[in-house]
Design a protein around this ligand. Structure first.
Ligand SMILES: [Mn+2]
Length: 360
């Protein structure tokens, strides 16, 4: 595996490439062109400039998170073919720039959903949190306004103000889309892009829906093992794979994370590893990565990745806000650096103890 950190780009991220370079064992970043809109073609010039900046710091571009999918593709409207053509062109430009992993999601209207961006924990850190009660009590069109005050002035991925301003229109767009239709629209998209992925060896890594269930009556499909198997079977190509995000699949306690990882051997192209602390089955907060601070056994998650010979990029996921840092919620430097170091420690211990067993 290759340890990486997500980086939003100069001007969008409070964390610098120099800082990332100084986290032990981190050799790459997962980045994006944060100011491009879904459907916009990423030009070779902009991709080259992004690569150059990252490489000048001694890091590499280990993959893209995300190339966002236009709503016309997800909802299957008249503009779909044109938007798919643009996506293919972007993939081609990335492939020609020697970038081979692209994370994306297929969530209607809302990207990830949290009800608090700064829930205070006993140690004084603040974390992102979700409570179903708050979602049930909320008018979805007011969702953004309810958390907007806690963003520390950063634009959150998937929650761009221009997108939220069109929220009613977006709900209208997806009114007639059920799970079956969303699967069908995903199939059409994947079949169309697989030839360019084959040609440039690009691994597509779909990010799960977060939380892993329907919110506000919208269909959500990338939520559990049987649905992912369905997605992989319907377009059976190794380049059609997943981002295994423990914090997203883990929102549903019925998802057995190590078991899911083992069932996805060969198709996990990217891993997001973090912990959640459940206060009840429908109230959780994003704890520190350490197993004992949350509800997941992080050793078992890393061991499962080791057992399937996972060799793609991995990153610590949302961190707590600690040590008075001011950053995009979930994306500060300090706690993600601690997370990377902890995951690297688990990995080293697993690798060495497995080698020892083989010798014994
Ligand atoms: Mn994730």
């Amino acid at each position: 595996m290759e340890m990486t950190l997500r980086w939003y780009g100069t001007g969008y991220d409070s964390v610098t490439l120099k800082q990332i370079r100084q986290i032990p064992g981190v050799s790459g970043v997962i980045t994006t062109l944060y100011d491009t809109l879904p459907g916009e073609i990423w030009t070779p010039e902009r991709i080259a400039a992004m690569k150059q900046e990252v490489e000048a710091s001694g890091l590499r571009v280990s993959g893209i998170e995300s190339v966002n999918v236009h709503d016309a593709i997800k909802a299957g409207t008249a503009e779909r073919d044109e938007m798919i053509d643009h996506y293919i062109q972007t993939l081609k430009n990335l492939g020609e720039a020697d970038i081979h992993m692209v994370c994306y999601n297929f969530m209607p209207v809302f990207d990830w959903t949290r009800t608090e961006l700064a829930r205070q924990r006993a140690d004084g850190s603040t974390v992102l949190a979700y409570t179903q009660k708050a979602v049930d009590a909320l008018n979805p069109e007011k969702m953004f306004a309810s958390i907007g005050a806690d963003t520390n002035g950063f634009i959150l991925p998937g929650w761009e103000p221009e997108r939220m301003a069109r929220i009613q229109e977006l709900f209208e767009l997806y009114r007639s889309i059920d799970e079956e239709q969303l699967f069908e629209n995903l199939r059409i998209f994947l079949e169309a892009i697989m030839p360019v992925c084959d040609r440039y060896n690009i691994n597509m890594a779909i990010h799960p829906d977060d939380p892993a269930w329907s919110v506000f009556g919208l269909p959500r499909i990338i939520i559990n093992e049987s649905n992912i198997q369905r997605m992989m079977n319907m377009v059976d190509n190794p380049h059609n794979g997943v981002t295994f995000c423990s914090g997203s699949y883990g929102t549903n306690l019925e998802n057995d994370l190590p078991h899911m990882i083992r069932s996805l051997k060969g198709r996990i192209h990217f891993a997001h590893v973090r912990n959640l602390k459940f206060n009840s089955p429908d109230d959780f907060e994003e704890s520190a990565h350490l197993s004992s601070d949350g509800s997941f056994d992080m050793y078992e998650i890393m061991k499962a990745l080791y057992d399937i010979d996972f060799d793609g990029p991995i990153r610590p996921d949302h961190g707590r806000m600690i040590w008075d840092e001011k950053a995009m919620p979930g994306y500060g430097l300090y706690d993600r650096a601690l997370g990377a170091t902890y995951l690297n420690g688990l990995w080293e211990a697993i690798v060495k103890s497995e080698a020892k067993h083989r010798c014994d």
